[in-house]
Ligand binder design. Structure first.
Ligand code: AMP
Ligand code: ZN
Ligand code: FE
Ligand code: FE
Length: 287
């Protein structure tokens, strides 16, 4: 069994359509793939409809959340994977809609700052290319820089202009992570912290915060992720055992917006079983 529980489509900032994503997953030899777009479930239906025979789809999302360390007041961005929740849960729908709107305002502001500095970015064009109500993200702006020939890759755009701490990065008002865990639990879903110790992306949560989230009802942690080095994986594996968290591994595939392939990191079938057995909000889809 090859299981990849973290992948993005054009419903957020991947480059494969939801249907293309499940087709690519089957081609990559996966048995199970999760669709986890940022702050939206818009890809669930088209992915399920296009599901190739033999492939199982796990409906999910990657929620933009923030952790405030009670010990220091430090704010850290946390990506929270949520699976098998009821997508019609009213509190969740309202919060996701707020976040998507916030994402658009923020992306336009970033584009306007770049244009004001003479970079080849047209804010109206960038926003116009987004599907209506889609969660706008920095990769969309990075693509504009690639199209204009300013940079050669999305990666280079992040390194020079868009990464956390770079000149054009703007923060967002994300959901407190504890609130997000509660919302997903109320919607019958389970939660897994995505790439918790990916320090190359920016500040990461501490072990104490991870323990407090486990006590708050977090279900699991992503141990194997392209942005985790070997030492980090060993450490997280041990922590998951101590804290009673389900371990997952996944590619965080974004199509051609990143260099990683589907199935490059995978999840143990026992972990998937555990997640499925604890969720009641929606069901896996068997192709
Ligand atoms: P945002 O949601 O607007 O904050 O942008 C974050 C998105 O950009 C996530 O999907 C990340 O996976 C992606 N991302 C972050 N750093 C990079 C990078 N260096 N190259 C490509 N994509 C990145
Ligand atoms: Zn993304
Ligand atoms: Fe993420
Ligand atoms: Fe992701």
């Amino acid at each position: 069994m090859r299981i990849d529980l973290h992948a993005h489509s054009t419903a957020s900032d991947g480059t494969d359509s939801p249907a293309g994503l499940v087709e690519a997953a089957a081609k990559a030899g996966l048995d199970v793939v999760a669709i986890t777009d940022h702050d939206t479930t818009a890809g669930w239906a088209p992915a399920a409809e296009a599901l190739p025979p033999g492939l199982t789809l796990v409906p999910g999302a990657e929620l933009s959340t923030v952790s405030v360390d009670p010990a220091t007041g430090r704010r850290v961005s946390v990506h929270l994977l949520a699976y098998l929740f009821d997508p019609a849960s009213p509190a969740l729908v309202a919060e996701q809609s707020r976040l998507r709107s916030e994402r658009r305002t923020r992306l336009r502001a970033m584009a306007e700052r770049m244009a004001a500095d003479g970079l080849p970015v047209d804010p109206d064009e960038v926003m116009g290319l987004l599907p209506p109500d889609a969660p706008a993200g920095r990769p969309h702006l990075a693509q504009a820089l690639v199209r204009a020939g300013r940079v050669e890759s999305v990666n280079q755009a992040f390194a020079e202009y868009l990464g956390n701490g770079r000149g054009y990065y703007l923060p967002r008002e994300d959901t407190p992570v504890e609130t997000a865990i509660d919302m997903i639990a109320d919607a019958g879903g389970v939660t897994v912290i995505a790439h918790p110790f990916a320090y190359t992306r920016g500040a990461t949560i501490t072990v104490d915060v991870l323990a407090s989230l486990a006590a708050h009802g977090l279900t699991g942690v992503e141990v194997d992720h392209p942005n985790h080095d070997e030492e980090t994986r060993v450490k997280l594996h041990g922590l998951a055992g101590e804290l009673g968290l389900v371990r997952t591994g996944s590619s965080d595939y974004h199509g051609t917006n990143k260099t990683i392939s589907l199935g490059e990191e995978t999840t143990d079938p026992k972990s998937l079983e555990e997640l499925v057995s604890r969720a009641t909000g929606s069901r896996i889809v068997v192709g």
